[in-house]
Design a binder for this molecule. Structure first.
Ligand code: UD1
Ligand code: CA
Length: 436
């Protein structure tokens, strides 16, 4: 793929009023990343010249994208004087002869679908799909396989509203077409905006060839509302899960599982229903049981859950983590923590057993402290480990102990229990008193 042949312009300056949100539309997330991220990522697979048109919350949009990508040209739209998708193109100066223009609210787009625009010969190629319910999209009038014009929903007549061919929002133009027609656009329409889509009828009058490329909603769906956002999320989730299943990941009831696009799987993995796996997580040869949540962590040769919560920066290898165990920023190797524990800022070594109800008390209200536990340590149930703390190899912590010593030497046992007292007959005396 020669990435120097085509320029791509992504329109991301709009407010997105229909989202009913204070956040710019293109920053709403799908599968863990802003919509605009997905579009730029697909675009970079086929082009080196990517321009993103911004205006609304432009600093935030730019800053967020700069976290992910270098070498994106940001262009500011004069939304006050030239609002609309046509206005967005005013200051754009693409490097290459052929230019793809994409709406910034199409997170499902992939590089392969974009490449299809390069295979057709015409002055203008525009994407269309047919919908039973075309609500919200611009309608495309087609006659004799040639596009005649696009009319926006708000400007359409009764008859035009019935047209089921809609403008998907991707166009291939030559640079000359852009240079010639963008300055000629006007805002004589219902929204008083400069519509990019008006180029079509103008070019048609000048007898340019305009070909439709039929695309499918799976890849081109536009997001205008929270409902569209959730519909697109469902589609992207299905794609992500189908990809991993094809690569050998077993999933029970995949529709109940959520996996972000940044997650990777290696070896043979099994996911039970209801798991949520997010961020930069790597799951390697492991079994994640139902209802578990894993964020930004590495899980290797281990089984997790059901209903375990693995929080960011955890590294879990050769371990068994059972139900209601929360782990944060900890590294566990060859460890069993079967039930009901909080392990935070800890490092735990091979052969160690963490009993039910163990808590690393890692926070004193101001700072966080580390707990380091060596090999073959047996930690009894209901234990508080007050950090900073080092427990060396081969140690027993008796059930019910609060370890306050900072260090427990190898070979020892730590125990601090009240002596048990059994008061014979107390039960009967006590309740008799109460019932009086
Ligand atoms: C647009 C098309 C419509 C098409 C639909 C496909 C126009 C006039 N209409 O409508 O025919 O069916 O996409 O999804 O183009 N934007 C700017 N600057 C602006 C306004 C918008 O950059 O001044 C950006 C937005 O951030 C967004 C994209 O352009 O990413 C599309 O804008 P939007 O308002 O969603 O257009 P639609 O009404 O969906
Ligand atoms: Ca849209």
């Amino acid at each position: 793929m020669n990435k120097n042949k085509i320029s791509i312009v992504i329109l991301a300056a709009g407010k997105g009023s229909r989202m009913k949100s204070s956040k710019a539309k293109v920053l709403h997330s799908i599968s863990g990343k802003p919509m605009l991220y997905h579009i730029i990522k697909a675009s970079l697979e086929i082009s080196n010249d990517i321009s993103v048109v911004i205006a609304h919350q432009k600093e935030i949009v730019q800053e967020q994208m700069n976290n992910y990508f270098n070498d994106i040209n940001f262009i500011t739209q004069d939304v006050k004087n030239f609002p609309g998708t046509g206005g967005a193109m005013k200051n754009v100066d693409p490097k290459n002869e052929k230019v793809l223009i994409l709406n910034g609210d199409m997170p499902l787009i992939d590089a392969k679908s974009l490449q299809d625009f390069l295979t057709i010969q015409a002055d203008i190629i525009m994407s269309i799909f047919k919908l039973q319910n075309p609500d919200g999209y611009g309608r495309v009038k087609i006659e004799n396989e040639q596009v005649q014009y696009i009319v926006e929903q708000k400007d359409a007549s009764e008859d035009e509203l019935k047209i089921q061919s809609v403008n998907a929002g991707v166009y291939a133009f030559s640079k000359d077409v852009i240079k010639k027609y963008i300055p000629l656009l006007n805002n004589d329409n219902a929204q008083k905006e400069y519509y990019l889509t008006d180029i079509i009828s103008m070019a048609k009058k000048d007898a340019l060839s305009i070909k439709p490329l039929v695309v499918d909603e799976e890849n081109f769906k536009g997001v205008n509302s929270k409902k569209d956002l959730s519909d697109s999320e469902i589609i992207m989730q299905r794609k992500i899960k189908e990809k991993w299943m094809a690569l050998g990941v077993t999933m029970q009831l995949p529709s109940s599982i959520y996996i972000e696009e940044s997650v990777t799987f290696e070896g043979e993995c099994k996911l039970e229903n209801g798991c949520r796996i997010t961020g930069d997580t790597i799951i390697d040869n492991s079994h994640i049981k139902s209802g578990s949540v894993i964020q930004d962590s590495v899980i290797k040769n281990s089984d997790i859950g059901p209903m375990a919560h693995i929080r960011p920066a955890s590294y879990i290898q050769d371990s068994h983590i059972g139900n209601f165990v929360e782990i944060k920023k900890s590294s566990l190797k060859g460890v069993k923590a079967g039930h009901l524990s909080y392990i935070g800022d800890a490092q735990i070594d091979e052969g160690t057993n963490i009993g039910a109800g163990t808590i690393t008390c890692n926070y004193d209200g101001i700072r966080k402290y580390k707990t380091i536990i060596g090999k073959n340590v047996f930690i009894g149930s209901d234990t508080q480990l007050i950090a900073p703390l080092t427990i060396e190899d081969d140690v027993i912590i008796a059930a019910g102990t609060t370890v306050t010593s900072g260090k427990v030497q190898s070979g020892s046992m730590a125990i601090n229990r009240e002596k048990l007292r059994i008061l014979k007959g107390f039960y009967y005396k006590f309740f008799k008193k109460i019932n009086k």
